[in-house]
Write a protein that binds this ligand. Structure first.
Ligand SMILES: NC(=O)c1ccc[n+]([C@@H]2O[C@H](COP(=O)([O-])OP(=O)(O)OC[C@H]3O[C@@H](n4cnc5c(N)ncnc54)[C@H](OP(=O)(O)O)[C@@H]3O)[C@@H](O)[C@H]2O)c1
Length: 313
């Protein structure tokens, strides 16, 4: 099968097309013939020798990627929930060795869900890591509820664009930040207010925030404190840029959280129901082939991607 393997860590030159054996599956796994996959900033960080690179460095070959949608071509002896021919999607083995940049992926059945019939493989593939992060962050950590005033930093990005839609579905009042060119995109997702972060301090335009979903980290954490209500909460997700958020928030009278999303077929099935009902709709700004993976990585590296990227297999 065709795959993209990593030869060392570094720039996009370490991504190499290769012909390798179709993976064998264990008793609890499903073999998925991928039709579309997606990528995230963690792919780029890992390729460059950060993020999950330490966990993956001793595998040979290393195959990046976690987000898949495709067709079940074989099931392990213990698998009862899927059959050959089922259309499935999910985030496979995160945070571990997902091996998604390939024509076939061996996935634990517990990491997958049935793909909604009314969406394509591309839409399903992009509604995995980023959508699961939005779900886990809003539901498990921020415990979002009707009427909460939620601030979303980087509302136009992969995670942010799901956070806006999901939070609106859960009844929150949503304020999204992005640069001016993404104003209509963010409002089109359902956000109640838009803030152009380039125009000056947040407190000049907003206040009384109950909850913050921070996709940027760094100085956004301190900036958020200035617009949060006493006792409000902030979840900051970019690893390496959210150090100390719990302690800093506590010192300022708030609750601070970090998280690392993990593969979860049950949550993936909930995302599937929301996609099927049309409550959330992924936005795909660019499509690539497997051979164009380096181009896709360079696009994510710009930090300017709108919504998600899909890789057609
Ligand atoms: N902990 C976890 O479990 C977890 C899970 C998923 C992702 N993450 C991390 O979360 C971060 C976001 O991921 P992502 O997939 O959403 O990234 P992404 O899709 O690459 O984000 C791109 C977006 O960021 C916006 N942006 C850039 N600078 C900004 C700023 N200063 N203020 C507001 N928006 C800004 C851009 O909008 P403009 O062009 O308009 O600026 C662009 O639309 C990454 O660091 C990722 O690794 C962590």
């Amino acid at each position: 099968m065709k795959a993209i393997v990593l030869k060392g860590f570094g720039g996009v030159e370490v991504l190499h097309p290769a012909e390798i054996a179709v993976p064998e599956i264990g008793a609890d796994e499903v073999l998925v013939q991928t039709r579309s996959i997606s990528i995230n900033p963690v792919d780029i960080k890992t390729r460059s020798g950060k993020a999950l690179s330490q966990r993956l460095k001793d595998f040979d070959p290393i195959i990046l990627g976690w987000d898949i949608a495709g067709i079940v071509s074989a099931v392990g002896s213990n698998v009862t929930e899927f059959s050959k021919g089922d259309e499935v999607f999910g985030m496979v083995n995160f945070p571990g060795h997902g091996k998604a940049y390939a024509e076939y992926v061996a996935a634990p059945a517990s990491h997958l869900a049935l793909k909604p019939k009314n969406i394509g493989f591309q839409q399903a593939a992009v509604s995995t890591l980023a959508a699961l992060t939005a779900w886990e962050g809003l539901v498990d950590h921020l415990k979002i509820k009707k009427g909460d005033r939620l601030l979303v930093h980087a509302a136009a990005g992969g995670v942010g664009h799901f956070v806006v839609q999901l939070a609106k579905h859960l009844g929150a009042y949503v304020i999204g930040t992005a640069s001016a060119k993404n104003k209509s995109f963010v409002l089109g997702l359902g956000a109640d207010e838009f803030v152009d972060y380039t125009l000056g301090p947040l407190e000049q335009s907003i206040g009384s925030i109950d909850k913050v979903f921070d996709n940027m980290g760094g100085e956004n954490i301190d900036a958020s404190f200035k617009v949060m209500k006493p006792g409000a909460s902030i979840l900051s997700i970019p690893s390496g840029k959210n150090d100390g958020v719990e302690e800093k928030a506590a010192a300022a009278g708030f609750s601070g959280y970090k998280m690392l999303v993990s593969s979860n077929g049950q949550n993936q099935a909930k995302i599937g129901s929301l996609l099927e009902a049309g409550y959330i709709r992924p936005h795909i700004s660019n499509r690539y082939s497997l051979e164009q993976m380096a181009e896709a990585h360079l696009q994510i590296e710009t930090g300017r991607t709108v919504g998600k990227l899909a890789i057609d297999i």
